[in-house]
Design a protein. Sequence first.
Length: 226
Amino acid sequence: MDIKESGDARTTGVYVKRPRAGALAAAAVLAATSLGGMGLAHAATPKNTGWWADAGLGASVVSTANDGLTSGGGGMWVELVIGARLNDHWLLGLDLGGSGLHPSSSNYNSSAGPYCGCNSIWGESFDHTMLAVRYVPQVDHGWVYGLAAGPAFYNNKTLETLTGNSTSGSGWAADAVLGYDWKFGEHKSHIETLLTFEQGRVSYNAPFNGEFSYSQVAASVHIAWF
């Protein structure tokens, strides 16, 4: 077998080629470029953001304490939320809703203006305007958790007729929400079933004095878009 020399290195008759530094550098650059491209593609993946709209209808039960002018009872729950989906899990919006109790045709005044409280069919109502936040652990379905707080308004047809006021009282309220969400269709449409627990305190408008606390529980079905 022939021995061939190259400088101080001795080999057998078969040469073994060593990778050149330039080839190694090119391979490293190619690998780095591929990994960087994958990272950029992952970073460019769009998040679930955009508008949040929610409308719900259901039934409620209202109870009051420390007061002799309100009656409470069962009623209808109506809710509308407009806001934004911040990311995959958080939604933030303005929540307008509440309960109407004791509906009666005698409570409605067709000659009143559309913004007068006396044209309501409800004998009593508990309304709110809240800042609401919702948390959805999964991106497109699953459990829904929420909290909200803001001004509360009380309307009583009898008191408003006696005093001429458009509302009977105002105060503050907060609620907690637990529900489940199903996505349907190819877009951002959802169906939700929600259970809402609300607690509030209201002070009467003049000429009445005093305040009362109330609590209500509502079960509702919602159509949402987020």
